[in-house]
Design a protein around this ligand. Structure first.
Ligand code: IPE
Ligand code: IPE
Ligand code: MG
Length: 245
């Protein structure tokens, strides 16, 4: 499957869903689904780092709502996150992957927070791919945090409220310097956004597959990119081949 470089997304965002159902289908504990899901994430990161036109990959890893799961599952996910970063820090560095966490990072357990910071620093020079890992991420929380930051600037006299525009607002989001995602992928078949990147995906192309995340490897990613390559993005304008008055 050969896709023209200009037809690939510069920024792909992924809702990695379906670990639990995959485990159920294989008669395994949910934890096993999360482990195989982490392996899918590793493969997708590595693949995107290799494909030159792709410069940003955002992975929805843990939402602000996921704390409502049983404590044992939350603990397991956090442990695996630590293991994943410890095992892959060096590799990300070598592959030119710049790691950045987005979300309310200050509310994560201390060991996760420290490792996140250390990984960000260690991989800061990566120029092949910026990997934005959404951890304790919620789009509504992100928008509220951006509003707080703008209000603070206004109170301190650093910004005039009448001058706030979309660009100023965007600059306060966690994703600040990244372009909006061109493509949003959701595995696991659910037709919803689950509080992911509400501002940034205004004009993203959406691809939902029934494939469960632990089964989503390189060939499924290519299927998504191939589908994206066939889309015509209009941004509210008209079809490019429409020459009627
Ligand atoms: C996604 O898989 C992983 C996280 C949300 C952390 P799920 O655990 O939500 O799997 P399903 O949706 O129950 O199958
Ligand atoms: C979305 O999946 C969050 C992540 C993939 C991290 P969920 O499983 O939490 O979403 P819902 O509950 O099906 O909406
Ligand atoms: Mg789910």
């Amino acid at each position: 499957m050969q896709i023209k470089p200009e037809k690939l997304p510069k920024h792909a965002a992924v809702i990695m869903d379906g670990n639990g159902r995959w485990a159920d289908q294989h008669d395994l504990p949910r934890a096993q689904g999360h482990l195989e899901g982490a392996e899918s994430a590793r493969v997708i990161i590595e693949t995107c780092a290799r494909i030159n036109p792709i410069k940003y990959l955002t992975l929805y890893t843990f939402s602000t709502e996921n704390w409502s799961r049983p404590q044992s599952e939350v603990d397991f996910i956090m442990q695996q996150l630590v293991r994943y970063l410890e095992e892959n820090k060096e590799k990300m560095h070598d592959e030119g992957v710049r790691f950045k966490a987005i979300g309310r990072i200050s509310d994560l357990p201390e060991d996760v927070r420290k490792l996140v910071k250390a990984t960000e620093e260690y991989t800061a020079c990566g120029s092949n791919l910026t990997l934005m890992m959404a951890l304790n991420y919620g789009a509504r929380a992100e928008i509220v945090d951006a509003c707080r930051a703008l209000c603070k600037d206004a109170v301190n006299g650093n910004i005039n409220p009448t001058e706030i525009d979309q660009a100023t607002f965007q600059s306060k989001l966690y994703t600040t310097d990244a372009p909006d995602p061109d493509l949003l992928i959701r595995s696991g078949g659910e037709m919803r956004l689950s509080n992911f990147l509400l501002w940034q995906i205004s004009y993203s192309e959406i691809y939902v597959t029934d494939v469960l995340w632990p089964d989503f490897k390189e060939d499924e990613l290519m299927r998504a990119f191939n589908d994206y390559a066939g889309r015509e993005r209009r941004f509210g304008g008209r079809e490019t081949h429409d020459t009627r008055q």
